[in-house]
Design a protein around this ligand. Structure first.
Ligand code: ADP
Ligand code: MG
Length: 402
């Protein structure tokens, strides 16, 4: 069992430097945060430590910089937002483990919070070379006395600030990671039935693995988003210019066959919304509803159709447990957000446990104006929750268990 945040606080953290790995990877438009959900989810652990008198040093990443500083991926606006949410000043170090980081940490008083610059500005963070990662983890660990792992969105990554640093400091599981794991346990161990899983989004090959495991667990799988076109193609339909992972066609065929054998229903949309070009700023979208078995050659599927959305909502109506990952369409464009909206609405009406997982899915339900409280749980981690549901061990969690 991993030690918990409560354990750390009970042992006394006043005056101690606590390194917290948070997930502050929020969507930005320039330097404007368009969805601060992950920052808000990180606040309780940070606040608990600060209230107990710890000198809290937050490390996190933003976007996918290539191991070197890039202005557009600076965590500075995120640190500012964190300060607003904590209602307390938050110091910001302009590097992660350099002079600024050391001076900032040295300058912290008990109960104060600092954020270090984007941990992925350092090549050691994500390096596959163990020694390179270890050297960077040594530098991070030197800034603190205790490590608290609270970045659920990254616990499936064997990275320096997630994994290696935990081997170098007394460590504990943060409150957010503990809460996420608790919900995932309910989904994997004793889901109330019917258990319906809705999958969509664009990271098709990333997500296909979870289906393997779910075929033995869920009663029904509803598939939308970009992922659906590989399934439709596997059934022999022509999918125009839609997102298609040609090397996964056999995998999809295998899933469809196994679903039939095991009595799990895979529901694919009977209609889809298409357009002749991927939506971009300089062109007005021209949505058109077509049967998914009759997609025009020059069109791209960008949302599930209205009949499919109604079918999905009906399937969700009887469910007692629902896990949803991945938007049903390109929800960022109003013309293609209806499928996602209808599914989100249906989830709010589920009597039982409804879980939304995935950065974009969570941003979608908030962006479409749904009240977070009307879902059972909104997970901050897409990849991490999927890997957990796949039955994989998450390195950032197992490392806390020794
Ligand atoms: P999450 O972050 O919730 O795990 P993903 O990152 O897999 O979800 O996918 C989110 C993205 O999928 C969104 O940006 C959305 O525009 C895109 N998407 C959804 N449906 C389609 C589609 N039919 N074609 C292309 N992209 C799609
Ligand atoms: Mg995403």
């Amino acid at each position: 069992m991993a030690r918990t945040l409560d354990d750390v606080v009970a042992e006394g953290v006043a005056g101690r430097r606590v390194l917290v790995r948070s997930d502050l990877n929020v969507p930005l438009d320039g330097s404007t945060i368009t969805d601060d959900g992950r920052i808000r989810a990180s606040v309780p652990t940070i606040r608990a430590l600060a209230s107990a008198g710890a000198r809290v040093v937050v490390t996190a990443h933003l976007g996918r910089p290539k191991g070197a500083p890039e202005d557009r991926y600076s965590l500075r606006p995120v640190a500012t937002r964190l300060g607003e949410l904590l209602d307390a000043p938050v110091a910001f170090a302009s590097d992660t483990v350099g002079d600024s980081a050391r001076a900032t940490v040295d300058g912290l008083a008990d109960g104060q919070v600092a954020v270090l610059e984007n941990v992925r500005f350092n090549p050691g963070e994500t390096s596959k070379d163990e020694s390179e990662r270890a050297a960077f983890a040594d530098q991070l660990a030197a800034l603190a006395d205790v490590f608290v792992s609270d970045g659920f969105g990254v616990v499936h990554r064997k990275q320096a600030s997630v994994y290696d640093v935990a081997q170098r400091l007394p460590h504990a599981m943060g409150g957010l990671v503990a809460a996420e794991v608790e919900v995932l346990k309910r989904l994997t161990e004793t889901p109330e039935r019917p258990y319906v899983v809705v999958l969509g989004g664009s990271k098709v090959s990333d997500k296909l693995g979870v289906i393997d495991n779910l075929l033995g667990k869920a009663d029904q799988l509803l598939i939308g988003g970009g992922m659906v076109f590989t399934f439709l193609a596997a059934q022999g339909h022509q999918v125009g210019t839609s997102l298609l992972e040609a090397d996964q066609l056999d995998t999809c065929r295998d899933y469809l066959r196994r679903a039939e054998e095991t009595g799990v229903q895979i529901l694919l949309p009977g209609d889809v919304v298409v357009d002749t070009a991927f939506p971009s700023g300089d062109r007005t979208p021209q949505p058109q509803v077509v049967a998914s078995s009759a997609m025009p050659e020059d069109a791209m599927g960008l949302d599930i159709g209205p009949a499919a959305a109604a079918d999905f909502a009906a399937a969700l109506r009887g469910a007692r447990t629902v896990f949803w990952n991945g938007p049903m369409g390109v929800f960022e464009v109003p013309e293609f957000c209806d499928g996602t909206r209808v599914v989100a609405q249906a989830l709010t009406e589920v009597e039982g446990l409804s879980v939304v997982g995935g950065g974009d899915s969570a941003a979608a339900v908030r962006g479409l104006g749904f009240d977070e409280a009307s879902f059972g749980h909104i997970s901050t981690g897409g990849g991490a929750s999927l890997e957990y549901l796949e039955g994989k061990a998450l390195p950032g969690i197992t490392v806390l268990e020794d």
